[in-house]
Design a protein around this ligand. Structure first.
Ligand SMILES: [Zn+2]
Ligand SMILES: [Zn+2]
Length: 282
């Protein structure tokens, strides 16, 4: 008799649930654009998470941390290590999304559409917590959510249905706000990237400068100077007959163990006597 196993995935490093098929999700709840960081709105906690892996795709480990501030412990989200299967036509999905995004833009700025293919480094902000900083990604996803949001449950949920008042380039008040926000983020992106790159260049330059030979010499010179010289000079060998700078009542004048000292002195005396006897005999 065949054993019944929980789900199809049996390896330990998954959450042991059935693989999550993208076709079962709303098209705006994931990002699998080629060249971009793959991300998904975790079905369990509804926050944007990265999809990791090459062949086997899984939702990256993450915690439900909304209530940590309220004293709750860190709890791993059950969506962690959820296997994701890309069972959609990525090209068609992308074309459709791009089409909607183009509609967000006023006619004269539509050339900016080429920006879509640029890789975006940061994972998207949670859709449900959009009050965070507006990034290009979050603005894009928010607009797409408005245009393609799933309405209803069950069978009808499979067919996403966007805002009915947003048609083509015509937007409802909400849609218009989201569209403007998206276009604004899109236009700001090159400047942001430039600023980011410039900062990186500056940091690299600073690091290079720190390791230049002249700078290194200067750093070592800091270990020299008058004070260091004086300290070093104090380490010179003491020539007999000179007055020591170690003086005062605290200075011990007698050996610590007088008996041992005397024994050692007697031993050295005998050694010396043997040596002189040997040389005079030769
Ligand atoms: Zn989650
Ligand atoms: Zn609308």
């Amino acid at each position: 008799m065949p054993r019944i196993r929980p789900g199809r995935v049996r390896t330990k490093n998954t959450n042991r649930r059935e693989a999550l098929r993208l076709s079962s999700m709303a098209p705006e709840d994931y990002n699998v654009r080629p060249g971009e960081v793959k991300s998904i709105a975790c079905p369990d906690c509804r926050t944007w998470r990265r999809i990791m892996g090459e062949k086997v795709l899984k939702i990256r480990e993450h915690r439900i941390s909304d209530k940590v501030a309220e004293g709750e412990r860190h709890v791993l989200c059950p969506g962690t290590d959820q296997v994701v299967v890309v069972d959609i036509d990525v090209r068609r999905w992308q074309v459709k999304q791009d089409c909607l995004l183009r509609e967000a833009m006023p006619q004269d700025t539509r050339r900016a559409a080429q920006q879509f293919y640029k890789p975006l480094p940061a994972p998207a902000a949670p859709v449900s917590q959009m009050n965070a900083e507006i990034t290009l990604e979050s603005a894009r996803q928010a607009y797409l959510a408005h245009r393609t949001r799933i309405v209803g449950r069950g069978r009808s949920a499979a067919r996403p249905q966007g805002c009915t008042r947003c048609v083509g380039g015509q937007h409802c008040p909400d849609g218009a706000i989201l569209a403007r926000r998206f276009v604004f983020a899109l236009q700001a992106e090159p400047a942001r990237r430039e600023a980011r790159e410039q900062q990186e260049r500056q940091e690299q330059r600073a690091a290079r400068q720190q390791s230049r030979p002249a700078v290194r010499r200067a750093q070592w010179a800091k270990h020299g100077g008058e004070a260091v010289e004086r300290a070093n000079n104090r380490c010179t060998e003491r020539t007999s007959g000179t007055v020591s700078e170690f003086r005062g009542a605290d200075l011990p004048m007698l050996p610590q163990n007088i008996e041992a000292h005397d024994r050692r002195q007697a031993e050295l005396g005998r050694q010396y006597a043997r040596k002189t006897a040997a040389t005079s005999a030769a």
